[in-house]
Design a protein. Sequence first.
Length: 717
Amino acid sequence: MPKNTSMAHDPSTTKDADALRAIEPDKLTEAQARREHRALGAEIAGHDIRYHQEDRPTISDAEYDALRRRYEAIEARFPELRSAESQSQRVGAAPAEKFAKLRHRVPMLSLGNAFADDEVMEFVARICRFLDLESPPAFTAEPKIDGLSCAIRYERGKLVQAATRGDGEEGEDVTANVRTMRTIPQTLRGDVPEVLEVRGEVYLRHADFAAINARQVEEGKPAYANPRNVAAGSLRQLDPSVTARRPLQFFAYAWGDVSSLPAATQSGVVKAFASYGLPTNALMRLCATPQEMLAHYRLIEAQRSSLGYDIDGVVYKVDDLALQRRLGFVSRSPRWALAHKFPAEKATTVIEAIEIQIGRTGSLTPVAKLNPVTVGGVVVSNATLHNEDEIARKDIRVGDTVIVQRAGDVIPQVLGFVPEKRPVPEPRRYEFPKLCPACGSHAVREVNPRTGKEDVIRRCTGGLICPAQAVERLRHFVSRNAFDIEGFGAERIELFHKEGLIARPQDIFTLEERDQHASPRLMEREGFGETSARNLFAAIAARRSVALNRFVYALGIRHVGEATAKELARHFGTAEALQQTAIAAQDRSSEAWNELTSIEGIGEVVAEAVADFFGEPHNQEIVTELLRQVTVTPLEAAATGSTVTGKTVVFTGSLEKITREEAKAMAERLGAKVAGSVSKKTDLVVAGANAGTKLAKARELGIETIDEDAWLKLAEA
């Protein structure tokens, strides 16, 4: 964003500007207004940079406000001067009814966490093993901002789009709100890439948070819990004018979709960001050794209380972008980055009750209901007790004073009780229920048939007759990383289930049709109206098309999380193919079972859970009915144009030029499916030195086989 410096050096220009400034906006000619509007815009932009990015304002708040008022008055007189780049766009636009969804061209992944030095050392060692390096590469180390992730897209240097992280694949369109943030340039300066999607963190400074809370108290409203919640809520306001009134800040530290990069290193790209006018964190350092990484972690930790904004750790990233590409990703995280969290924060409070929550798979989880206490800036009133063995081991009882810990985003947990504060007489030991509190069915601890060990989790045997499981499964089905249907909060799901409107997932998609003949109709029910009913039906309709991985995850199959759902979606391509294979896999000696267990990352435990789920007739009915209501689209390929995209590849033998892990990551980047064993569905076998039975089976089945050199040539084509 250019600074308004020319006026200070040209007396005639200054004189003209002063003359124009003396004319009331409603007396300006169109030509005069155009010049004044352009000059004021540049001047306001310069002041924004000096205030928000350089922390050295050169005028008072009153003077700044006067400039903006004049700027807006000119636009009011000459509306044709207002554009998407106008400074007036930073004070908000008309409220939206709801946020549109934006699909990230490059997924916004989360980071793996470490809480101890030895975990960081293992992270570095793991990278060296993966890349077969004798000494570690250089890493960047920077503060981990405790805010809200945001992706901002620039085209030809102009801000065109902004989105929240969402589920990593799809976020909310907050373009209008981001335009109101004075710390984010509308136009980048310098020689910028044609397309540049900048990623970073939106946050709130401590001083601004205190001022907002002071206003809340003055107005008789409750104070906010922490800056992160305020920042997230401010960015996600349907009315951008609310966002404009909040002094949100931004740090740029990463990128997504980009036409070209200005440097070959992480540190080089971030340096370029700063030259474009984007705010970056001055505490980023380049570290040559793991020892330097840990030393910078200690330095940032020591400065934490004086930074003026919240951080919860330090992020390490391999600096060399070529090495980042070789390392690739695992599950939902990059292999080349790690978040080193600060030590957990603790507090003491009293357990008022122990409640049992029933999960969607029937698991009984004990939750401590606490006398509310602030831990790490967050008010905590619930904490997990994990399972009945943990309660017994720690001897936790209702009425005990306990130590509660919260580390980063981890669910608060009870570490133990304070013996000297146990009430007298002593409370009774807690007896874990043997019957489900929701339906009265037996709650049992399953025995693993392979190990003979009892599961630590006690589960309700009621299945679909258990209302708690039904409600939890429905909540899971509509959750953000599953079908992501807006307007279906936990309370609404519970209400609809209780009133018989929704019993199974497919009922969601017939709700509008059934409502046409219902009495009373949804809009006539308490808490609803025509608008809220219409919005809910529209949100349901918008999710009648869903990606296969989301569909699989939404089914709530035990042991199948988001990463596993992606692996299954990538391998099978369609819901029908997955279901047919899983049903056939009831026969553990079948080719279908071999196929299921050969998928990279799918072990026997997951395979059994998938086969058991689809083997149940009522689950088959649910899936069949859902497929009548929704369109399931294939998982988008990780790459296109490669000759191996969509094919199943098996690696066998010893690879010499790249590691086995690197070869697998390379195949996945190219959109191929990596299997652990050879079958009729294998398309290609890459054989290294001393390849054995897999190579022999491939030749027997007539499957194409190539060596390592041919694979590398194929991957680079």
